[in-house]
Design a protein around this ligand. Sequence first.
Ligand code: NAP
Length: 494
Amino acid sequence: MICVSIGRTRHKMMILEQRALAEQGAELVELRLDYLSRIPDLNRLIHERPTPVVVTCRRKQDRGRWRWDEDARQKLLRTAIVSEVDYIDLEDDIAGAIPRFGKTKRIVSHHNFDETPDDLESRHAKMAKLDPDIIKIVTMANSPSDCVRMLQLVAESEIPTLGFCMGEFGLPSRLLCGKYGAPFTYATFDGERVMAPGQLPFSAMKNLYRYDHISESTEVFAVLGDPIGHSLSPLLHNRAFQHHDIDAVYLPIRIPRDSFDESLNALNWLGIRGYSVTIPHKSAARNYAHEQDDSVSKIGAANTLYKSADGVWHATNTDCEAAIESVRQGLGEGGTLKGKNCIVLGAGGAARAIVYGLLNAGAFVTIANRTNSKAEQLASELGCQFIRWEHRGKDFRDILINCTPVGMYPEMDNTPFPQNWLGEHTLVFDTIYNPENTLLIKEARERGCKTVSGLEMFIRQAASQFERFTGLTPDLEQLRMTVRKTISPVNYES
Ligand code: NAP
């Protein structure tokens, strides 16, 4: 179950939001009385409540907004209990002074906004002595392993425990706490009203991560990166799981640079079966696996880790095959890369994977990069040509591939290749997918060139990962539509 927190300064808005949430299928609402700008009129808020409620009133010291004195606050909490609200949230330092009464369930809570302390278990044991129906323990996660410790506490607790972590590192615990026995998790009314760091909006919890479907048997997959907040991979994979009716969830997990192995060893407890891997971990992922495809050894980077039934981690690179398939699609029926003259802009991870794929397919490749020495080095490693960045427009090519971020949101009025350098018979492939129609793509179309957008590569690399994770082939058109609906002119966030 998802509990949606509402905090508004006006009673009227609290009531309207609660009704709206009930219509959207919310089953439990937390009324944050401390947000009200006037002394709360509890009866008005709970009289005709459309859903059960948790009544919470946080002090400033707990990052709440209560502006009157502590006596008034405790009086309000007691009144809520006498009024038989469904749940009352009592901080662990006052819970002992407020007795149980009637049917109201007691949530004894503790928050730590700085860290997930080492003494979680002893804190939990002390809270267990305060007559709780539910123990709520919420801490700041400063690493992925903090989340895992918290979920272990939830799993081992005899008293139902709402245990999760705040912050970007804490997100997996908000999504998985139910799998380990937490009676519910918390979400916000919408993305603009986040009341604790890392809270997700109700719509994302319900419709994207399908929290209510997550159970003990749900398999877990994830994308690993830093930053990770704006990755579109959770959208693609969760929609595909839903479409194929698979009992699985796909999470974004932030893994700090330089702690890949340590973090994955901690995450092991969660039994995760497959990871998508993004910047800056593609090279570390390669070394983590027990077995790697030839493409991974040659490219030196993996974007996918998956575990076979015998517990062996495999590394593969689906960027490479996805890019080559996208180019083939752009060339049209019967199009072949063999003998094609290609220029690749950029010498980073994407360029390396794509150059490798192009050479394997029999193309002639020239690399140009802002830092010329890197182009020269990559060309010599993979066995192709390089050209100085300022000379990249010198010859017309059959295929031009942009592997730089130039033109990506928010700098969408940039292009890495001036329009007057484009040959009208050149196929232009921009690996950027946000926006789908970059300036390079638009100018190439004006020039009469065939084009391929990075969206094609993005959905194909995700589709190949999905196949490795589940053994099923997802519908590419459904994936295309899913991303297009999200990447709209008002939502260029990736
Ligand atoms: P990366 O390893 O950081 O490499 C970035 C490359 O872009 C470097 O060669 C860098 O040149 C160059 N560059 C950066 N800023 C530049 C600028 N202002 N002007 C000219 N060149 C510039 O990143 P990556 O992993 O290769 O990713 C590159 C791009 O590929 C991403 O931005 C993304 O849009 C795209 N991509 C798409 C997909 C997909 O599925 N569609 C997948 C992966 C990547 P220096 O060496 O001079 O720094």
